[in-house]
Design a protein around this ligand. Structure first.
Ligand code: OOG
Ligand code: MG
Length: 257
């Protein structure tokens, strides 16, 4: 795949998101590698930056068995989050600009110092400033929310929006925390924080490794989303979605038309 193919596919994915119009899976027509998929992702983000959006974080995907089983893929991926995707805690999300959005419960970590290499446990307090409960809204730009691993990487890992709760100290223990996601007060998914790679800290180390591998420095003040601990649930207008994470707190948003 040459650079003009990459640019063309990146523009197609950017436009699909911008116009909320689903497209057929790229892999049905083109054969491309994981590295080429990350090049398409980076080139599609360049369109967002050109419209004034700024990188505000990175996210991990498929860090739990529940997510891998739901989507039929078996490898970790990373994507980029921008300021335009951030919803304040308690804010609202309009379904209008989205195709078929789903929501999933996550943990989010706050970056203290720019990360340009793979971190290990010894780096924790120098590089990580906090942890918070979070919700991620994913909206695949592919028809029927179906994709291969390469497709979903090229689609910036279905990233659409995210909500982060109140920050807690980075040293707050995050192992074996009960996670519950509610819609209008009814619990729709429950999980355990250890469903995320056996330890959510491992998601931060994986994000640092993948970002370094694909040339993305994670800036100070950025968020690192650890990946969902449970399967995702379709959104419907007129509902309130809330996540509770034991000893960390909650985050919520309203879904509007
Ligand atoms: C891809 C994004 C996966 C996660 O937390 O595992 C993800 C998708 O499921 O559409 O965000
Ligand atoms: Mg996610």
């Amino acid at each position: 795949m040459n650079t003009s193919n990459i640019a063309e596919l990146a523009q197609r994915m950017d436009r699909a998101a911008l116009e909320a119009q689903p497209v057929p899976q790229l892999s049905l027509q083109d054969t491309f590698t994981v590295a080429e998929a990350y090049a398409i992702q980076a080139a599609s983000l360049a369109h967002r930056y050109a419209r004034g959006e700024q990188l505000s974080g990175v996210k991990m995907g498929f860090t739990s068995q529940a997510k891998m089983a739901q989507m039929g893929v078996s490898d970790m991926i990373f994507g980029r989050l921008t300021d335009a995707m951030a919803i304040p805690n308690g804010g609202s999300l309009s379904m209008k600009a989205l195709i078929h959005p789903r929501v999933e419960p996550e943990l989010c970590f706050l970056v203290r110092e720019p990360i340009d290499r793979e971190l290990t446990a010894a780096d924790w307090s120098q590089y990580i400033a906090g942890v918070a409960p979070a919700l991620e809204i994913i909206d695949s730009r592919y028809e029927n929310f179906q994709f291969s691993l390469e497709d979903v990487i090229a689609d910036n890992c279905s990233s659409a929006a995210f909500v982060v709760g109140e920050w807690q100290a980075a040293e707050t223990p995050v192992s074996k925390l009960r996670i519950a996601m509610e819609i209008n007060g009814y619990v729709v998914q429950t999980g355990d924080s250890d469903a995320i790679l056996g330890d959510p800290h491992a998601a931060v180390f994986a994000a640092s490794r993948l970002a370094a591998q694909y040339g993305q420095v994670i800036p100070a003040g950025a968020c690192i989303m650890a990946g969902a601990a449970t399967a995702a649930v379709f959104l419907t207008p007129g509902t309130t979605v809330r996540v509770h994470v034991d000893s960390l707190g909650e985050a919520h948003f309203d879904v509007v038309d």
